[in-house]
Write a protein that binds this ligand. Sequence first.
Ligand code: NAG
Ligand code: NAG
Ligand code: NAG
Length: 902
Amino acid sequence: MAQAKKGDKQKGLGGVPITYIAGALLAAAAAAFFALRGRAHFTKGPILTPLKAPKVTDLLEFDAAYKDRMLWGSYRSGLYFGMRTRTPKGLVSGLMWFDPDDFQTLQQYRVRHEASQGDGLASYGWKRHDGRTYGQQVLVDNDYNITLSMLKSFGEGSGPGGDWSVRLQLRRTSGMPTQRRRISVVIYMGDEDTPREPWQVLPDGEVTDLRPQPAALLTGGSAALGRGGARWALHAMEQATEPPASRRSRGCRVDYLGMSTEGHKPDYLLKVRELLLSTMYERLQRQPPSDKFRLYLPNGATTNSDLALFQVTCVIPSTVDFAFTSSSGDVSDSSERLEGLLGPGLDGPLAAAEAAFDQRFDRVFGEGIARALQPQQQPDSAASPDASTPDAPDAAAVVETAKAALSNLLGSMGYFYGSSLVRTGPPGSEPAPYWPAPLFTAVPSRSFFPRGFLWDEGFHQLLLQRWEPALSRDVIAHWLDLMNAQGWIPREQILGEEARARVPPEFVVQLPWHANPPSLFLPIAHMAAQLGRAQQQATDGTAAASDAESAAELERVRAFLRRAWPRLAAWYNWFNTTQAGPLPSSFRWHGRDPLAASELNPKTLTSGLDDYPRASHPDDSERHLDLRCWMALAAQAMADIGTSLGLPAAAVARYAAAAEQLSDLRQLAALHLDQGRGVFADWGTHTEEVALEVKSIVVPGGEGQPPQRRDVSERVTTGWPQPQFVPQFGYVSLFPLIMRLLPTGREPNATASAAATAATAGATAAAGGAALTLQQLQLLTDPSLLWSEHGLRSLAKTASLYKKRNTADDPPYWRGQIWINVNYLVLRSLSYYARHGSPEVAAAAAAAHDELRRRLLRTLVGGYKRQGYLYEQYDDESGRGTSSHPFTGWTALVTLIAAQEY
Ligand SMILES: *[C@@H]1O[C@H](CO)[C@@H](O)[C@H](O)[C@H]1NC(C)=O
Ligand SMILES: *[C@@H]1O[C@H](CO)[C@@H](O)[C@H](O)[C@H]1NC(C)=O
Ligand SMILES: *[C@@H]1O[C@H](CO)[C@@H](O)[C@H](O)[C@H]1NC(C)=O
């Protein structure tokens, strides 16, 4: 993550009537919103204008038919479940649930809607999701166990975007004391646009029963579904699971509310939970006090409704299906299709979709996982009795975790539309809006980071592109199209009011001189390699009898890279110019604050590694090792793309030259090898003599509040900062290995001797390139440094800042915790050296690879089973998941780790 942690926004009631709170919240939000808009007159410089180049999202493969199939999806990343259209102004739906008989529902806002750690669900997440048409999610909320299945279908006569079904199986959690008898689920539909025609709430009249026939809840028409075919309908049906005798008494009841949000967009849609609570509260107040406590919607709708909520209240266990149908003509056309969209008719399609997903998973990853988990057949140790290591996770658990990881990455994908806020002037100046644009992207975490992050996305796509290359290209295309005329892409994308509502204001503004690792070059390089391999095979005549499908796929990859080329060139150039370091071919993350008086070590948010220790006194003389290595990757990728596209030599030569320069071991060593300690490091003005002093101060309370005590921190420097290598060993030190810049030991002699001279003074590299690599591998596997029982920790145990807080409020983040993205990159590199290294290097790399992989699988698979989630990071001592969860962005790389796909 490239962002300091944010508090989960939880609001309490504190005795104030909910109607008042909801009203006040709405008014405040509206005021802030309009104030922002009111000040919007800016001159558009290159910062605020898009790069002049054809858009990648306009490629032929993303044509109208593709867009139609992708129109609907579970694209509201920040909710437990919500469907929306991939249009700037969406037709949206969402799900909420609560106990209608519990006073605490009101008192504690106990209505589930936005995915939140504060809700304390034992677990939730997609068990299956294909990113396109099918998903299955299990949500365990105390004694409620909800299984949600989503299926899109394109039946005959269905309109733009097709139809979709949602099945909710409402059960009791096994092993929990049964406190709750009933559950209310609320499904709502809203329109961010002005509806094309009036919605009809309960078009066939009041609904008393959801059996045995489906009931029509809502019909409407929306521009989001296209010009001609904009009509749609929502139906619901309860599954008759009980014996007929008890039918009457156990039917679900339906309550509703329909209202107009005209003049209040988008606030009502954002505050739908507050709206629900306040209207139920009003209804409760109208009841005679003697009545039982029951929470129901008031059952009323205005004629011009464009937001409608349906509360379905059932005794558990029950199963309720919802079906959304769209129609090119009259909606009544859909009545025949309905039979297969809910009720018993949905059983077959859901079972088939589940089986199809499992089969496809097996084909893409499952077989690889099974192969990789087989005990190594070593000729001389075949008789060894403990061939299967006792603590190796069992295959079924690995597959289950890998499936859930992939599914959550896919099921959390979001569609956002809006403008970043960008500061173009000096600190304190008013930010200006970027041009409004769409972003289709995976997200790191539904609860904590439900929006796009640039450097996370490069890792997400490594997994996604193996599952479905077209989907992955679609995402990368959206990101590249966010590039401005200078070649900059904002690193955190907070687009649209729904995304912005979840980010504290101080984190919203993006700075156009701030970078973030260009990790998108990882999946892009993978594409270039694919193309290069195909070309090689074509020239060698070794190409397999190429079927038409793979030829067409290669053609799409080629078209994509060709279209992306000018943007990638602009991006490279932006890094090469704005992030250049003090010496030739050195680089520096800009944006560190030399005046950060409260931070033990001023953060480097731009590097993605936030509080990872760098030079203690930021200045222009800094050289950052990780950025230089990222640039080596980018340059090599550019050279490979250019070559694979057959671009003119003149266009490719500069990147080939840059790649050669950046991978030149002599230069790398001169800039970054701390000979004395034999480690690669940053360079800068630094002293170890710094400490954090935490003081308790008294601050004035707010209106009518007493003064409060608060801890504040101040950094105290007692040493004299000197230009030097920064003596902190951690993830940054591994980057030459990670980016495969160390010798394999098989280089022709010229390179090897260059490597030998690279370290004239150091004994480490004196014996040639392989010695340096072996020595770095030794550092990697030294348990007193980064090598822990549970994976590679981010900072050595011996480092002075290991597990140190950065301020009174910032606990350690990249200071010892285990992060999966970097662990994956290390495995990927070890696998490379195991294949390409000299015998000695290969043996050492293979041994490290196998052991690290085994430990990571044990940590991730075991943690998922025990803790119910995948996590943002893992503790290097206990192996427990820590920080945000579910975190199924780059932690989902567990799937590739299990399958040994690098
Ligand atoms: C929740 O329901 C699912 C589906 O029936 C089941 O597999 C799972 O074990 C249940 N979980 C708990 C904790 O009850
Ligand atoms: C990167 O910048 C350096 C220094 O200005 C320049 O010499 C080099 O050509 C640039 N590389 C590319 C690929 O543009
Ligand atoms: C590299 O050097 C060694 C001896 O130092 C020699 O035996 C070998 O033939 C050389 N290899 C090449 C490719 O020049």
